[in-house]
Design a protein around this ligand. Structure first.
Ligand code: FAD
Ligand code: DLZ
Ligand code: SF4
Length: 506
């Protein structure tokens, strides 16, 4: 009798706790490409292809290391319906005393797996995922007794815990956070680093053909497919970032340029979230670039903050808040997601570019997600659950533990301010400052209420007006409401009318 270890598509790490506690002599492995996971939201084709190819490569690596892997490929005619069936079928075939799983990254599966012991009639052990810096217990201890959570304080704890960029008990350089130095608009295309790409090998090519024929209704462009799918390729992508993009990452972290999807971003989230890279190791290598004098402090601190700060913080909140977090709707927003989110067909140049890139690459960088597609949905009062399902499907790095707090909390303020202290609402002026979108847009970013005025301008004030009951008391919005109050009624009405026209046209 052996243990049966189920490994999921985002658990492709040799140090997975379910693996490290066992050995090939005492355990076998099951992995499966299944319909339910491929279709529970409308995924991007590149996301399905990435996961299937990375799973197949990982299974081969495990086999080379001596493990017995029962791998079930997707069969379009008779697909394995779900993970439970994959496990049940394997249990029926072999003699297994126990199922072992590293906890999944979504409540949906976690809750289902908790019923498996009864269903299969044998013990099902769900072990904590140790591939993060903060454990559940550690985050719970940090959160206990706090009325509001703020990333900055959690981040400082993580700096102390990991020793990253620490000089004894003081932050290197004397400041914890160099965010203010990370807000330059991009100046020119000449120096944007070339993106790291990998050409598909035989395994990936097979997967691409499979995805093309088996998922005709999936989203986005499948080809060209150039994502890393193995640990070695992910490490090469990481090294490319350290050498070519990290030094300017800080300066241009918030910048946007038309037609440029990647800029100075690291493009590692897809590999990181699937387990092909280790977050702490990545941060140590980033720190080493500073120590060696090859990258400045604002870049290195800014980068490390994203990983040991934001990434760990949103995960902590996801598990702390429970499965109903994704259904929060503090602003009672209920408008359906506009159709242009699925094809990029809009005259708003910023949204068109961000959505087209998303559909082409399964990627958009943080500021496009937060301040373009996110802010528009927030201002327009789109149902946050619909927004959440969109983000969960369209990005190759999306799993609920990281996507939901970013969408429901940070971007849509649907958790009422648990994650962030104020909504990321902004008029067109922000996008104009940080990008070159507005110059070529059909709308005029300087025009506030005219028929060609930038939609963000009127929606911004209409959003604040509509949500006064919830937002007026927010101390960080005090000055903004004072500006609104100082406006004449005529001007306020002009904003309301223009916003209504924009909303009606959606
Ligand atoms: P870089 O800009 O190079 O940043 C480095 C790394 O920092 C990222 O790879 C990521 O691991 C981490 N990071 C940065 N910001 C965040 C953040 N806010 N939360 C968590 N980790 C962060 N990130 C995901 O990994 N998966 C998601 O599904 C996801 N959904 C998002 C939805 C919305 C509405 C928003 C606003 C942000 C979302 N993010 C998500 C966070 C962020 O946009 C992506 O991590 C980042 O764009 C990935 O690209 P990159 O690897 O080039 O990142
Ligand atoms: C996202 C995804 C997809 C598309 N397909 C599979 C799959 O066929 N088999 C699998 O084990 N995992 C897949 N995944 C990843 C899971 O959805 C992911 O493990 C859960 O959402 C938990 O994070
Ligand atoms: Fe976007 Fe408004 Fe600028 Fe057009 S004018 S690109 S809609 S911010």
């Amino acid at each position: 009798m052996t243990d049966l270890i189920l490994i999921l598509g985002d658990q492709l790490s040799p140090d997975l706790p379910s693996l490290t506690g066992c050995s090939p002599a005492t355990a076998e492995i099951v992995m499966a490409e299944v319909k339910a996971e491929a279709e529970y939201v409308p995924h991007h084709r590149k996301k399905i292809a990435f996961i299937f190819s990375a799973m197949r490569h990982f299974a081969d690596a495990l086999t080379t290391d001596g493990w017995r892997v029962h791998y079930r490929r997707y069969d379009a005619d008779r697909p394995c319906p779900d993970l439970a069936t994959a496990v049940a079928d394997q249990l029926a075939r072999g003699a297994h005393r126990r199922v072992i799983i590293t906890e999944p990254g979504e409540w949906r599966l976690r809750q289902e797996m908790e019923t498996w012991s009864t269903r299969f009639g044998l013990p099902v052990l769900i072990v904590e995922d140790t591939r993060f810096i903060a454990s559940h217990a550690e985050f719970e201890r940090w959160a206990e007794g706090r009325k509001q959570f703020r990333m900055e304080y959690f981040y400082r704890e993580m700096r102390r815990r990991t020793g990253l960029l620490m000089d004894g008990d003081k932050p290197v350089g004397g400041q914890w956070n160099y965010d203010k130095e990370n807000r330059k608009p991009a100046e020119g295309r000449l120096f944007i680093p070339r993106r790291f790409t990998v050409e598909p090998d035989a395994i990936t090519s097979d997967v691409l053909d499979l995805v093309e024929t088996s998922f005709p209704h999936a989203l986005g462009a499948l080809r060209p497919f150039q994502l890393p799918v193995t640990r070695a390729e992910a490490e090469a992508a990481r090294d490319h970032f350290l050498k070519h993009a990290l030094p300017a990452f800080g300066d241009y972290q918030d910048a946007m340029l038309k037609g440029e999807a990647f800029l100075w971003h690291s493009l590692v989230s897809t590999c990181l979230n699937a387990g092909l890279l280790d977050p702490l190791d990545l941060c140590r290598r980033v720190e080493a670039e500073y120590v060696a004098g090859r990258a400045p402090l604002n870049a290195v601190e800014g980068y490390i903050r994203q990983i040991i700060g934001w990434r760990e913080y949103v995960r902590g909140i996801y598990w702390l808040e429970g499965p109903d977090y994704v259904r929060r709707n503090a602003l009672n927003a209920s408008r359906p997601l506009p159709g242009f989110y699925w094809d990029g067909e809009t005259d708003m140049a910023c949204l068109s570019d961000a959505i087209r890139m998303t559909l082409r690459e399964g990627y958009a960088h943080h500021i496009q997600r937060l301040m373009v597609t996110g802010t528009f949905a927030l201002l327009a009062g789109i149902d946050p659950f619909a927004v959440h399902e969109w983000y969960l499907g369209v990005y190759t790095d999306a799993y609920e533990w990281v996507e939901a707090p970013n969408t429901i909390g940070m971007s849509q303020f649907a958790d009422g301010g648990l994650l962030g202290s104020k909504p990321y609402a902004a008029s067109g002026a922000y996008i104009d400052r940080m990008s070159d979108y507005c110059a070529d847009c059909r709308y005029d970013v300087k025009d506030k209420t005219g028929p060609k005025s930038c939609p963000f301008n009127s929606l911004y004030w209409d959003f604040l007006d509509r949500n006064q009951d919830t937002l007026r008391g927010n101390p960080r919005l005090g000055p903004v409401y004072r500006n609104w109050d100082r406006m004449s009624e005529k001007k306020q009405d002009a904003y309301r009318r223009r916003a209504q026209d924009v909303l009606n046209a959606l």
